[in-house]
Design a protein around this ligand. Structure first.
Ligand SMILES: Nc1ncnc2c1ncn2[C@@H]1O[C@H](COP(=O)(O)OP(=O)(O)OP(=O)(O)O)[C@@H](O)[C@H]1O
Ligand SMILES: [Mg+2]
Length: 270
């Protein structure tokens, strides 16, 4: 993307786990200031690894950026620890809506508050979260392990919001949720972007959903970016339609490449 003045710039990074398992092989992604960018890809493509490389959480899994660089607001962050990166205004919402199950919803939110970058009070933070997630206000004294999946997802996004972030790395917020709830959460994400000017890098397997909120997207396959374009263009791309949007029937969908190969084979046989 030609993005002028990106808030996040991932430059040709290589990532390895345990110094030997090569997972990302030259990935470059830009998120413009105030933008929403989607990162699409099948299981195991390396989407979560990309987000962890940015947030610094990779280091907690014995992973590392072994080549390339990552810049946030013009500053190099790929060698910084996760706490430093968080203090700069980057927060990752990890996949699987990990609440602290034994704590109440509000206690979960307060966990995010210790990373607040500015002097705003915890109370102000909570008010902001409850403004966007009125359901959480209703559930604030309930044990988070017992609220619904959608409310847990709201809780983890709310907790991220409590850090007063400039950039949210959002990993598969739709996973396992009912369509109505997904719709509600994505609406709120869009509002956070528009009203609070929070930039968002959104990882999703549900391409239709992601392309409905992100004007620009990258497609990742096996640790590489195989496509990057506007949502409008990607929606019309036949390979994307086949594999990610499920608009046509191509049988077994093992990978994005298989779809392309399948189509080529079919053309050749025809
Ligand atoms: N801690 C780890 N140690 C070793 N290998 C890992 C580790 N975490 C992930 N991997 C490997 O890295 C690859 C990419 O995983 P990643 O979780 O980034 O994919 P993903 O695109 O997020 O997939 P999904 O859609 O299933 O969440 C996979 O092959 C995975 O097995
Ligand atoms: Mg993942």
């Amino acid at each position: 993307m030609s993005g002028q003045d990106p808030i996040l710039s991932i430059n040709n990074i290589e990532v390895k786990y345990h110094e030997v398992i090569l997972v990302l092989k030259g990935v470059s992604i830009e998120v413009p200031r105030g933008g929403i960018v989607a990162l699409l890809g099948a299981n195991g493509a390396g989407k979560s690894t990309t987000l962890k490389a940015v947030s610094g959480l990779l280091k907690h899994e014995d992973g590392g950026v072994t080549d390339g660089s990552i810049e946030f607001m013009g500053k190099r962050i790929d060698r910084l620890g996760a706490d430093k990166i968080a203090k700069m205004g980057v927060v990752q919402v990890i996949e699987g809506r990990r609440v602290f199950e034994h704590l109440t919803v509000e206690q979960n939110l307060k966990v995010g508050a210790h990373l607040r970058r500015d002097g705003k009070s915890v109370k102000e933070g909570l008010e902001m979260v409850y403004h966007y997630f009125p359901r959480l206000r209703e559930k604030r004294t309930e044990i988070s392990g017992f609220v619904s999946g959608g409310e847990q997802q709201m809780t983890v996004v709310g907790r991220a919001l409590m850090t007063n972030p400039k950039l949210i790395l959002l990993d598969e917020p739709s996973m396992g949720l009912a369509p109505l709830l997904i719709h509600e959460i994505f609406n709120i994400v869009t509002r956070l972007n528009q009203e609070e000017n929070i930039s968002i890098l959104l990882v999703e397997q549900n391409a239709k959903l992601a392309l409905s909120v992100a004007p620009y997207a990258y497609v990742m396959e096996n640790g590489r970016i195989v496509m990057a374009d506007t949502a409008d263009t990607l929606r019309e791309n036949p390979d994307i339609k086949d594999f990610y949007l499920g608009l046509t029937d191509v049988g077994g969908r093992k990978s994005f490449r298989d779809v392309k190969h399948y189509k080529r084979r079919k053309r050749w046989l025809a």
